[in-house]
Design a protein around this ligand. Structure first.
Ligand code: DGJ
Length: 734
């Protein structure tokens, strides 16, 4: 049983064979005793209980002057009983009081994992995959009831947490903070890992020692954003890719978030993760409930690769859903960088015909297919085909693509409206803004009020019309600006807007997926500004970045891989000089980088030379042969582009009989130092043939002695001249 309750000691032990989380009820208060590597179960763990009230502390009660909430590790802390740290929940009663005293009422242990209404969430397919504890707490004075949900996955060292908050009293309660997770750890000897960035440089890996006070990553942009990802990890000082203890925290949510550590002056740390309390409030009338999104905590005692492996597998198999979850992804060509807005049916068809010759499987029609859309100044919201570009209609074009034997995909940006469109003129009140203040554009467009179900239904109707006509195989759902002017005339508590907006986005996804279950959705937000677990529930892949420069991309894909599987990373080969960096990298290096993802091309194929086309044909064949391994194998980071000018990573098939190592070097030096890299994930006892070297080596030789990278005597390495080189080593077991 992964969840054990010891009645006598009132102790809960949530565990599987890799991790344990233990807490105890002390006078009805859930107090954390341990979180970490799995330990044997025993009747009680009281020796792990620590408290002693210090000078100035507010104490428990008169009988126990040595107990203070300030010095207890708490499962879901509140303000009002002595804890002066940041609370998990803040609720305001009608008299303005924000004091709470949450005490245990009862609990249930159930098989499986309940769904979260209207929210994306990890799921189980069979009840024996997980057990869930529902811990019911109550504040007697206000009647605020909170159920803490803890799911232990049997196969994964993951503890999944959320809270359902219900007003069981007689008066209205205003929620100001409702965290998904709060975790107190008994020492602060950790570094914090975060994934930071901006447009065209998403998800760089940043490591900072924890220090006294608060460190956090967050979004207040209305979407998860590209500045910070809804993920942090706390790792021990000695933690590397392959060794050491690390705790990952990932929020299954696409809106404003907070991931925070607060180290007190007694060397303990509190982690909080959830919807950002700034800009958030939720009005609970008697009987109403609020469900937080869920946070997925992953434990590893074997370094970052192991933690990432858990997230990859869990998110690929039990967060992503539907028709495409387990299917290899079609190799596509997208016209955005090839044509931008300057195209017509004839021009696109010449790309399509070329794509067919090269073995490419899908054509994706990006931005610009609808009325008046010749620049990013107008058109969004009407979703009517541009007759100048498609004189015979969009269906005719889609049919023509299919007649060539390719699947056909389409770009949309449903959350937006451009000024001057019919939608904008008919419904100015549907634009998120405060009527008394000027509207603030972003990329010349405005955000529709998706907190209003009428707006979501209207957009669904418009898209449904297009979808039912052209039957797209794939949809790229873009979102190209953050939300700044938060105000909606249809809701009475403006603090509810950001969360209701995201619920509206999820609802539209849900409606479209229900009606068109076989469409492959790829989410996008000016590249990777909404690459989060919430989106993966609806769209199993996401456009990782607008930056397709091979060496910029290696960094972006490397950072993204801390949490997200290769099957979720949209990655394309684009033209050179690269449109963002101007770098001219070899076609082989661009493909060797893009293979580690969903793979496709983002250029005008008709402009390629015959020699390049021959190379593309081979790349397409290679990806078709290897995409099952790449998209569904185990991925390991071996050398970080954030630390050297080399990147090395590898992917190993499920049966460990085949592996591909990607090696990339930005600059070619002279008289260079020796270099080798230790591989991961192989079967130590199998002999692998290693391409490039053309040698046979045991798995344990490759993993312990390493692969020599500086042996450039092989004919393949001879060809490498200049900068931006790359090699793929293919390892095949005998
Ligand atoms: C931003 C996306 O990231 C691009 O790939 C492209 O779809 C443009 N939007 C289109 O406007």
């Amino acid at each position: 049983m992964p969840i054990i309750y010891h009645e006598n000691s009132r102790t809960f032990h949530l565990h599987n064979n890799k991790m344990s989380h233990i807490f105890k009820l002390i006078d009805g208060y859930p107090v954390t005793l341990y979180t970490g590597k799995a330990v044997h179960d025993q009747e009680e763990f009281d020796c792990l209980f620590e408290t002693s009230a210090r000078s100035m502390s507010v104490t428990f009660d008169e009988e126990r002057p040595d107990y203070s909430f300030e010095h207890l590790k708490l499962e879901y802390p509140v303000y009002g009983t002595g804890d002066m740290r940041m609370p998990a929940v803040e609720a305001e009663a009608e008299n303005g009081s924000r004091l709470l005293d949450l005490k245990y009422q009862s609990h249930e242990i159930i098989k499986g994992k309940p769904e979260l209404p209207d929210l994306p969430a990890v799921y189980t397919e069979k009840d024996d995959e997980a057990d869930t504890l529902l811990l019911h707490l109550k504040d007697e004075k206000t009647g605020l009831c909170i159920t803490l949900l803890y799911t232990v996955m049997n196969e994964y060292p993951a503890l999944i947490r959320s809270a359902k908050i219900t007003n069981c009293g007689n008066e209205t309660i205003l929620l100001h903070t409702a965290m998904s997770l709060s975790l107190d750890l008994p020492d602060a000897g950790y570094d914090m890992i975060e994934l930071t960035g901006a447009w065209a440089r998403e998800r760089s890996v940043v490591r900072t020692p924890l220090h006294e006070g608060i460190q956090s990553v967050y979004s207040l942009r209305g979407h998860s954003g590209n500045n910070f990802n809804p993920f942090i990890a706390l790792c021990r000082k000695n933690c590397t890719e392959n060794e050491g203890e690390v705790l990952g925290f990932s929020l299954v949510y696409s809106g404003n978030f907070l991931a925070e550590t607060c180290v007190d002056t007694y060397n303990t740390v509190r982690v909080r993760m959830g919807i950002h309390p700034n800009t958030f409030e939720w009005n609970l009338t008697p009987g109403e409930s609020f469900q937080t999104p869920e946070a997925v905590m992953v434990y590893s005692s074997a370094g970052f690769n192991d933690m990432s492996g858990t997230y990859h597998s869990l998110y690929r198999k039990r967060l992503a859903r539907g028709y495409w979850r387990d299917r290899t992804r079609p190799i596509l060509v997208n016209n955005w960088e090839g044509t931008y807005f300057d195209f017509d049916e004839e021009k696109l068809m010449s790309i399509v015909r070329e794509a067919k010759e090269l073995g490419i499987e899908m054509f994706v029609l990006d931005d610009g297919w609808f009325r008046n859309r010749n620049s990013d100044h107008t058109g969004l919201g009407d979703w009517i085909t541009d007759e100048n570009k498609f004189p015979f209609g969009l269906k005719h074009f889609f049919d023509s693509v299919r007649n060539e034997g390719l699947m056909a995909g389409l770009w949309i940006e449903p959350e937006m409206v451009s000024p001057g469109t019919d939608l904008f003129n008919e419904h100015p009140e549907w634009v998120i803004h405060e009527p008394k203040r000027p509207m603030h554009p972003g990329r010349n467009q405005y955000v529709l009020d998706f907190s209003n179900p009428e707006v979501v239904d209207c957009i669904f109707g418009k898209l449904d019309k297009v979808f039912s006509e052209v039957r797209p195989d794939y949809i790229k759902w873009d979102m190209n600006r953050s939300i700044g002017d938060l105000y909606s005339p249809t809701i009475s508590h403006q603090g509810e807007l950001t969360h209701r907006y995201i619920l509206g986005v999820y609802r539209l996804y849900d409606k479209l997926i229900r009606k068109y279950p076989e469409i492959l959705f790829e989410s996008c937000s000016s590249g990777g500004a909404r690459f989060d677990p919430g989106m993966l529930y609806y769209a199993p892949q996401c456009w990782t970045s607008d930056n397709t420069d091979a060496f910029a991309r290696q960094k972006i894909q490397y950072g993204t891989s801390f949490v997200y599987p290769l099957s979720s990373m949209g990655s394309h080969v684009s033209a050179v000089p690269n449109h963002i960096t101007g770098h001219i990298t070899p076609l082989s290096t661009r493909a060797n980088t893009a293979y580690f993802g969903t793979f496709g091309y983002e250029l005008d194929l008709t402009k390629m030379t015959e020699k390049e086309k021959e190379e593309v044909k081979k790349q397409v064949v290679f990806m078709k042969e290897n995409r099952q391994l790449i998209q569904f194998g185990s991925f390991f980071r071996l050398r970080s582009p954030f630390e050297t000018d080399e990147t090395v990573w590898m992917v190993v098939s499920e049966d460990r009989r085949k592996a591909i190592v990607g090696y990339y070097r930005e600059t070619k030096g002279r008289n260079e130092k020796f270099r080798r890299v230790k591989l991961s994930g192989l079967n130590p006892d199998l002999i692998y043939h290693v391409s490039v070297l053309n040698r046979k080596l045991y798995g344990n030789v490759l993993m312990n002695a390493g692969l020599v990278l500086s042996d450039e005597s092989s004919p393949e390495c001879d060809k490498e001249k200049g900068d931006y080189i790359s090699r793929l080593y293919i390892l095949t077991a005998e």
